[in-house]
Design a protein around this ligand. Structure first.
Ligand code: NAP
Length: 518
């Protein structure tokens, strides 16, 4: 059986005890084991802070951007191998594996492109100068400097490639060394990505380290200049946020957590219209892509009461065509859930939702998967529920079932009411709205904006290019308020800020411009 290694202090570390097993989710066969036992975590931090950090900071933005470009290229060259591993370790179909892998490579390439334009400055200007005195002899300007610590990137199981790449792209471009900690269940994919990057000898020593297995006492040792970038469940986030050393040192923490994303159909987008068709296409994709194991997946579907029977019928018709099974089988369109725990959580989660909603498609139980032996594999088919009373369906607004599961919720058609129902989710990563009526759309955006990180406006005009509300693009914000974690990632250069210290500079306007080389 494969033993995953960690890459620390310039070498590969293989543990000899305390292993957690990784399984092929289509067959339940153990495929690998992982442990971080024996890693000297203080040395990992020292290596990053004393070797990786200075080496990265000695490079210009443009040079660091060059590293990102090489990273993207190295991963792309091994795409086929990595897609096979995605199927084995994460149960991902080829399109689902590509969504993760190409998303990671694309994000690295995007930051390479914008980093090239930042030149050689060691401080990044943030905004224009402002006059503070009677003349420009006394002015102020803000600048951003790389933090001097290490960025620890803790990721969820569902995006083993994109998850580390999107965080690493921003941290490395900002000039911070990273320690990558993937979720153990799908860590083989991340381990292989890091191995490819190390073999390609792209980054300076200490810029990229990998921990497979538990973080040991790593997080207890983070301090004032370090960053903890976390993606995962709200429960784990709460535990990490409360760590006394992180609170005492004001260690930067970014949290990307659960989200009960909503898709809202407007009353003007009636059956048969291109916007209605876009809505159906998006909802089915966002329910079933990666078997619903996406933080941006649609969990709540708001439809005007007058259209809800039509929508229910159309969705059931499309969900029936989804073929759940082993990604190795060419006829399969949706893979298994990633782990036995995810399957158990999905079964328990649907039972919880059924307290407030009735099942209209799916069984709420495990199913057999095409191409896998009967009784084996963590398969869970697409599942649609219907709650008659949207506001009263408390479980639907509080319980994230991380599987291909969503609930239909009728509403009157009023944007204000839809906004209030969206808000019951307590803060989401994305809200998708479908309308060709500018007045309704404007009202809906105003209602939803305080409760969501991104509003995806589906319409007839946008339909030819709209790529689905679940796609996280590096140009725009990823993160949401409240239960979504309150985090902010990506959004172009803003994505670097987590890894930079903002400083206000005061002096003459010309001196400040010279300092910042602008
Ligand atoms: P999880 O159980 O919270 O684990 C997330 C990560 O935290 C894993 O790497 C895990 O490592 C690590 N971890 C757990 N306990 C820890 C501790 N005490 N100290 C240090 N690290 C610890 O979440 P998950 O099951 O992997 O992911 C599913 C959740 O992630 C869902 O709720 C989903 O909504 C959310 N998610 C959010 C986003 C977003 O961008 N907002 C993206 C993807 C997923 P081990 O695996 O070794 O335990």
């Amino acid at each position: 059986m494969k033993t995953l290694k960690s890459y620390v202090c310039g070498g590969w570390h293989e543990a000899n005890r305390d292993f957690a097993l990784l399984y092929d989710p289509s067959t339940e066969e153990p495929i690998a084991r992982a442990s971080s036992a024996g890693i000297d975590f203080p040395a990992v931090l020292d290596f990053a802070r004393e070797r990786g950090g200075p080496a990265l900071r000695a490079l210009s933005f443009a040079e660091r951007a060059g590293l990102l470009k090489e990273m993207s290229k190295a991963l792309r060259e091994r795409r086929d191998e990595l897609l096979e591993l995605q199927a084995l370790n994460a149960g991902a179909t080829r399109p689902d594996g590509a969504f993760d892998l190409d998303g990671g490579g694309g994000t690295l390439a995007y930051y390479a492109a914008i980093g090239r334009g930042l030149g050689s400055s060691r401080l990044l200007a943030d905004g224009d100068s402002v006059q503070l005195g009677k003349s420009e002899a006394w002015s102020g300007r803000h600048a951003l400097a790389p933090r001097r610590g290490v960025a620890v990137l803790v990721n969820a199981f569902n995006f083993p490639a994109w998850g580390f790449a999107e965080k690493a792209a921003c941290a490395l471009l900002a000039g911070m060394p990273v320690v990558v900690k993937p979720a153990t269940s799908t860590a083989w994919v991340t381990e292989r990505c890091v191995e490819i990057l190390i073999e390609a000898a792209i980054l300076p020593e200490g810029a990229l380290q990998l921990v497979c297995g538990s973080t040991g006492d790593l997080l207890e040792r983070l301090g004032a200049q370090d960053v903890l970038a976390f993606t995962g469940s709200a429960t784990t986030a709460l535990r990490l946020r409360g760590m006394p050393n992180l609170l005492a040192a004001s260690t930067r923490i970014n949290v990307e957590a659960d989200s009960l994303n909503a898709a809202v159909l407007a009353p003007d987008a009636t059956a048969g219209s291109p916007t209605f068709e876009l809505f159906l296409r998006d909802v089915v994709r966002e329910m079933t892509q990666k078997s619903g194991q996406k933080c941006t997946a649609v969990r709540r579907i708001l439809v005007p009461t007058a259209e809800i029977a039509t929508v229910e019928e159309a969705l059931v018709e499309r969900l029936r065509q989804v073929v759940t099974g082993n990604p190795a089988d060419p006829g399969v369109t949706m893979g298994p859930l990633a782990t036995a725990q995810q399957l158990a959580d999905a079964v328990a989660g649907v039972a919880e939702l059924r307290r407030a909603a009735r099942l209209v498609h799916g069984s709420g139980a495990r199913c057999d998967g095409q191409g896998s032996p009967a009784g084996k594999g963590y398969f869970f088919g697409p599942t649609l529920l219907f709650a008659e009373n949207a506001r009263a369906a408390a479980a639907v607004h509080s319980h994230e079932v991380f599987a291909p599961v969503a609930t239909l919720l009728p509403y009157s058609g009023s944007a204000q009411e839809a906004g209030e129902i969206v808000a019951l989710g307590g803060g989401t990563l994305v809200t998708s709205i479908y309308s060709d009526d500018p007045t309704w759309r404007r009202e809906m955006v105003v209602e939803a904006a305080p409760w969501t990180g991104r509003v995806y406006c589906g319409s007839q005009a946008a339909a030819p290019e709209a790529n689905g509300s679940g796609a996280v693009l590096p140009q725009t914000l990823h993160g949401g308020p409240g239960r979504a974690g309150g985090g902010a990632e990506l959004a172009g250069l803003a994505g670097l800020r987590l890894y930079q210290q903002k400083v206000a500079l005061q002096g003459t306007r010309a001196e400040l411009a010279a300092l910042l080389e602008v």
